[in-house]
Design a protein around this ligand. Structure first.
Ligand SMILES: O=c1ccn([C@@H]2O[C@H](COP(=O)(O)O)[C@@H](O)[C@H]2O)c(=O)[nH]1
Ligand code: MN
Length: 804
């Protein structure tokens, strides 16, 4: 008897059965089932029997999983109860996955089982305490966010150190090919003409970092401390930079902390001070071509720096691109710190509420560690890049590749998150959420979904809250499904109601009833989604789209599937114009731009390729389908990049509803209920087979370590709580029960924040004792699937779960 062989054969049997079952289950589109039911009463009753059986089996499975865990066992008497108990289902599955992870670690010897006392101690030392009552720092800013901007984002900078082109030129708007007014990237010329110093092409002995334990960081929270830091930074040859960000109690998000390290000093800068815009003076260093800036996974940092502080980086070296170019099995900062320093980054603090002041020692240490070692990591990676480059062959010139990718990253531009009510596109639109969630809606329900989504966005802007703080995504789905007609039914439908929704409940009732009435003559969900998907694809695949201005559409197989509406999609020209800059402007060919420009009223798109059936994304925390908040990576620039990448090299993962990690076996796809079943064709025209494991990835696309995954799961649960019930949203913190923290006048916390030296709390050796290296089952992967990359990065400006 060979237990390994037995196990493999069992695994294969289960997998084969699952594939067959899933194929069968998806052979009829969910959207067609009600129709089939009406045709055949026998089918209806068989379906009901099978449903009941499946629910019972599921309930029993969940019960047996939950027996030894702390999860509540969800009861599933009917289909509706799945939605209502979804959080509990996810909890049970999560605990199972956690157990599996731990068992694997124990099996491989990567970890030793902890005693219950040790486990308790470890948990207590990691717990982040979220203050209940935290006033909004943005209200004290000299420039309070308004969230209602339209048009191009005007760069904030008031002067332009190290300019090759004067600032005035950079602030001149231009009308792009699609008719939108835009501001250029103010440092575009400087970045594009930047030459990396010759010294970077030469190997040198890595410069040892100073010990983490016996050094600390200088906290910068006064203009004087800022000036002193700036003077020191100007003398450096290279510096490391990182940011921490908050996006739950703010619409666009707030840079909450900046970390900078030189070879011999660390600074942590409080970016929540009212005078934060004075940090613009850092352009004297950040834009100085003679000082190299090393960041890890800088794509969001670049956008955040512009958006909040008017800062730009000339001379960027992004260690994330280096890790990818070198083909490391991981590309997260945590991975690099482990690889080069043997330092265990405490990534469970990544998603902390970074507005907290004073910073706890743990948060202080976390923030400092993100830059403290980075120059040393850079030294090592640069040497390896040189070793593994063939300079005569551009394809093999790895260091050049990293320079080019870093330059592209530095050239990203922030754009205002403009709400597209009609097509729902863009980082804050409804399309993304709806297209990923298998629902069957009547035209009224569809109309209500869109209206409530739009209303939530409007209120979030007004109140300067994240959309999720206003109302979880699940609540929009529930409202659309149940169409509540009064306040009481709304409160009953969405359980934990935010104080803002409670206050504005009458308004919401009106929004729902108006949308319901309007929806009677509105479009069918499936048709509309299909059309929008076609438009996206057409734009993505610009050469494939045929645009006409007479409402004619060329013959395509797609068209058979649109039943209730005419075959053309009509887009008002002004809307398309806005979009063309915001979402796909840079992807349009000149020819396409000219054609768009020539329209005056309607545009019809003929769509030669059908859309993909399965959506095609995932986020790092593995949140549920509905759990997609607009994310950082959803800034327009990221979207464009994502679209561009998809066109070239699409590798899709299919994310099924819920669960923190989905593995899709070959050919097993989840068919959304949008009647796309006949259209399961990839860009290349081939039927897509899904055989990549969907793995949990970090902000920078690297497989996460076990510790990170667990931390993400916890964070995800917290988010799920917000999603489903509003728990953990700190709704109480609107209650004025204690004196608000005075961001404007708070004394420097420089002293308060010095972590105790020699406490062993943040020592590398201590960490090693406490937390052995986690087993990463994906660590042997040659590389992370490429197509996952951008979509993984989504999250926020609205991040939370790095996730388009
Ligand atoms: O999955 C994620 C990871 C990070 N964020 C946000 O990004 C900043 C910076 O991350 P670091 O890795 O610590 O540099 C962090 O403060 C989070 O706000 C995220 O939203 N989702
Ligand atoms: Mn960081």
């Amino acid at each position: 008897m060979d237990p390994a062989a037995d196990f493999k054969s069992l695994q294969e049997t289960i997998q084969t059965a699952l594939i067959a079952t899933t194929r069968t289950a998806t052979s009829i589109s969910a959207g067609d089932i009600p129709f089939q039911r009406t045709l055949d009463p026998q089918l209806a009753s068989t379906l009901d029997t099978q449903n009941a059986r499946l629910l019972r089996l599921t309930e029993r499975l969940l019960e047996s999983v939950a027996t030894n865990s702390h999860s509540t066992t969800p009861k599933l008497p009917d289909i509706e109860s799945i939605d209502n108990n979804w959080r509990d289902v996810v909890d049970v599955l999560d605990s199972l996955l956690e157990k599996a992870d731990t068992s694997l670690d124990e099996f491989t010897g990567a970890v030793k089982r902890m005693t219950p006392a040790e486990e308790q101690g470890a948990a207590a030392s990691k717990a982040i305490v979220y203050p209940k009552h935290l006033p909004k720092p943005q209200l004290s800013f000299e420039h309070v966010p308004t969230n209602n901007e339209t048009g191009g984002f005007k760069p904030l900078l008031t002067s332009k150190p190290h300019a090759k082109v004067p600032l005035e030129e950079g602030l001149k708007t231009y009308i792009d090919a699609s008719g939108s007014e835009q501001y250029p990237h103010p440092y575009q010329v400087e970045i594009q003409s930047y030459k990396y110093p010759a010294s970077l092409y030469e190997k040198t002995e890595p410069i040892q970092y100073l010990p983490f334990e016996s050094t600390t960081a200088t906290f910068v929270d006064t203009p004087e401390a800022l000036a002193a830091m700036l003077a020191e930074l100007k003398t450096a040859k290279e510096i490391a930079i990182d940011l921490e960000h908050h996006d739950n109690r703010s619409y666009i998000g707030i840079v909450s902390l900046m970390q900078i390290s030189t070879r011999n000093k660390d600074w942590i800068i409080d970016t929540l001070k009212p005078w934060r815009r004075r940090l613009e003076c850092l352009n004297e260093v950040f834009a100085d071509p003679s000082i190299l800036k090393v960041l890890h996974g800088a794509y969001m940092d670049i956008v955040w720096l512009q958006r909040d502080l008017g800062l730009y980086i000339v001379g960027l070296f992004d260690t994330f691109h280096a890790a990818r170019t070198l083909g490391y099995p991981g590309a997260s900062l945590a991975y690099l710190l482990k690889r080069f320093i043997d330092f265990d980054a405490q990534k469970q603090y990544q998603m902390a509420d970074w507005r907290i002041r004073p910073l706890s020692p743990e948060l202080f240490d976390y923030a400092r560690a993100d830059t403290h070692f980075l120059l040393y990591v850079f030294d090592n990676m640069r040497n390896e890049l040189i070793d593994r480059s063939t300079f005569s062959n551009p394809d093999e010139d790895r260091i050049q590749t990293v320079f080019e990718k870093s330059m592209e990253t530095a050239l990203q531009r922030y754009e205002h998150p403009i709400y597209d009510a009609k097509l729902g596109l863009g980082p804050v639109g409804w399309y993304r959420l709806l297209s990923r969630t298998p629902v069957t809606y009547s035209p009224e329900q569809f109309s209500v979904f869109k209206a409530v989504h739009e209303w939530r966005d409007k209120i979030a802007r007004l109140e300067d809250e994240s959309v999720l703080f206003i109302m979880p995504n699940h609540a929009i789905f529930t409202i659309a499904r149940t169409l509540p007609e009064d306040k009481t039914s709304i409160f009953a439908a969405i359980h934990n109601v935010s104080p803002i929704v409670r206050m504005r409940a009458d308004e919401l009732v009106n929004v729902i009833s108006t949308a319901k009435a309007a929806g009677k003559d509105g479009p069918q969900l499936n048709d509309e989604l299909l059309k929008i998907e076609c438009i996206r694809k057409a734009f993505r695949r610009q050469d494939a789209a045929v645009i006409t201005n007479n409402n004619t559409v060329s013959e395509t197989p797609v068209l058979e599937n649109i039943q209730s509406n005419p075959l053309t999609i009509t887009v008002e020209t002004p809307l398309l114009r806005a979009k063309s800059s915001q979402f796909w402007g840079s992807l349009l060919s000149e020819d396409m731009r000219q054609r768009i420009k020539s329209f005056t009223s309607n545009i019809s798109l003929a769509l030669p390729l059908p859309p993909l059936t399965a959506e095609i994304f995932s986020d790092a925390t593995g949140s549920t389908l509905e759990d997609q908040t607009p994310k950082v990576e959803d800034t327009p620039a990221m979207q464009e990049e994502a679209l561009a990448e998809e066109v070239q090299d699409e590798v899709f993962t299919v994310k099924q509803k819920g669960g923190s990690r989905k593995r899709t076996a070959d050919g097993v796809t989840k068919e959304p209920a949008h009647s796309f079943s006949k259209l399961n064709i990839s860009n290349s025209g081939a039927t897509e087979e899904f055989n990549d494991d969907q793995i949990m990835l970090g902000k920078d696309d690297a497989p996460l370590s076990k510790a990170d995954k667990n931390a993400r799961r916890k964070e995800k649960k917290r988010k799920a709580a917000q999603e489903t019930s509003g728990e953990g949203l700190n709704y109480d913190d609107t209650v004025e029960d204690e004196a608000p923290f005075d961001y404007a006048n708070a004394p420097s916390v420089l002293k308060a924040q010095q972590p105790e030296k020699g406490s062993g709390r943040h020592g590398k050796t201590d960490r090693k004792k406490k937390k052995p290296q986690g087993f990463n089952p994906y660590a042997k992967m040659a590389d992370v699937p490429k197509g996952l990359a951008r979509s993984q990065r989504e999250s926020a400006g609205r991040s939370k779960t790095f996730t388009s």
